[in-house]
Design a protein around this ligand. Structure first.
Ligand SMILES: [Zn+2]
Ligand SMILES: [Zn+2]
Length: 408
């Protein structure tokens, strides 16, 4: 490929900044549209312009594109690499699986990255008092793309997920790239959605300081601190996977995703795992309508649903809510469930779920048995009267850190 020239002016990345946020800020600084920035920095040359183009760009770029990008932006290879999700994969495997067709199709974990929109903290987007952030705003963080990040640990608040004016999810895309990807008229912190009334960009400021946020409950703040510490590779010092305190973060996160799926797929019976009726109502407000929309395609057990409708329902259940509070409450219930020390305790906690939809558990003892913790797999196997894997080899997760496929 052609070697690109260094840009006349570049920009230092901010901590945890995503490549999309960096392109938006750099474009705003240079007076260029995001697509032009992606072009002159070599970013899009490594990807096709298909519907997953932005998801792939969020994840990683090939070596030649990376070389062009670092030349154009004058970033070091390390600085450039940290703009992508791939470095998180070693501790959070779904960071890459979201674009890995094989895993998206065959596991529960492909949806554990938001590739169609993002969450955000209005105060972080406002930026600090430095001239560069006053002009171009703060970072659109890459961790906001992960369902496990539902609160800002700096500003002690829940993240937002949609525009306060038009209610479109932030950075929503229905095509390959963000809306207004070819337009230089918007600030990085403005809503890019198109107004149905005027066909113009909404343009609302996502940094609006007048917006209030629901208080972050102490148990959710503790959970978020733990999840962020694990994501950043800090020693947890706190229980993660069942009965153990020092499990690999990657296994814990997959256990957490799997357990959240089981709670989601057996809602509303699994509501009993939440702390109180208020929490149940908050989750039900999101899950109820989502399930309801598929009801017409899902006639029930006595009238077997078409295969396509079942598959849609399964995908819905595998996808954590974008809305932060319901998602946080589901994760909290899953985390508390996983804290039970013994297989026997786990079995007892999972029984109510098994009683309503035992078949939902089979995914744990199927292909995911090589990814989740042995204790979780054993507990589910015991409920299903299957052989446990106590004598089996350790999780295959370590072989996945290098991008190799798991044994199936
Ligand atoms: Zn913040
Ligand atoms: Zn808007």
């Amino acid at each position: 490929m052609t070697t690109l020239r260094p840009l006349p002016r570049s920009l230092d990345p901010l901590p945890d900044e995503s490549i999309i946020g960096y392109v938006l800020r750099l474009g705003h600084r240079l007076g260029l549209a995001p697509d032009r920035v992606a072009d002159i920095t070599g970013l899009i040359s490594g990807h096709s312009r298909d519907r997953m183009a932005l998801a792939k760009m969020l994840t990683t770029i090939d070596h030649a594109s990376m070389a062009a990008f670092t030349t154009a932006t004058r970033l070091t290879a390390h600085e450039a690499r940290q703009l992508f999700l791939e470095p998180l994969m070693v501790r959070y495997p779904p960071a890459v699986w979201a674009t890995w067709t094989k895993y998206r199709a065959h596991t529960q974990f492909g949806s554990w990255v938001f590739t169609r929109s993002t969450r955000y903290c209005p105060q972080c987007l406002t930026g600090n008092d430095t001239a560069i952030q006053r002009d171009h705003g703060g970072a659109w963080r890459r961790s906001w793309r992960l369902p496990i990040v539902f609160a800002c640990t700096t500003h002690k608040r829940l993240l937002e997920h949609a525009c306060p004016r038009c209610a479109t999810p932030a950075h929503h895309r229905s095509q390959a790239y963000l809306q207004r990807w070819s337009s230089a008229e918007l600030h990085p912190a403005q809503c890019r959605a198109t107004s149905h009334r005027t066909a113009r960009p909404c343009g609302a400021w996502l940094t609006d300081p007048r917006r209030s946020s629901s208080p972050l409950a102490p148990h959710l703040r503790r959970l978020q601190d733990k999840l962020v510490a694990l994501l950043n590779g800090k020693p947890p010092g706190i229980p993660t996977s069942p009965g153990e305190t020092q499990r690999e973060p990657s296994i814990y996160f997959l256990d957490l995703a799997m357990t959240t799926y089981l709670i989601r797929a057996t809602w509303p019976v699994s509501g009993q795992l939440l702390r109180n009726t208020e929490e149940i109502a908050i989750v039900d407000d999101v899950l109820g309508p989502a399930d309801g929309r598929l009801q017409s395609n899902y006639p029930g057990r006595t009238n077997p649903a078409p295969r396509r409708a079942m598959s849609k329902l399964h995908r819905l259940h595998c996808t954590p809510p974008l809305e932060t509070l319901p998602c946080a409450l589901l994760l909290s219930a899953a985390d508390e469930l996983l804290q039970h020390d013994s297989t026997e305790q786990l079995v007892a906690r999972f029984r109510p779920i098994a009683a309503v939809a035992e078949d939902k558990l089979d995914v744990v003892t199927g292909h995911a048995r090589f990814l989740c913790s042995p204790r979780l797999v054993d507990a589910i196997a015991e409920i299903r009267n299957l052989p446990t894997r106590r004598s089996a080899t350790p999780s295959a997760i370590s072989s996945l850190g290098t991008g190799h496929s798991a044994r199936e």
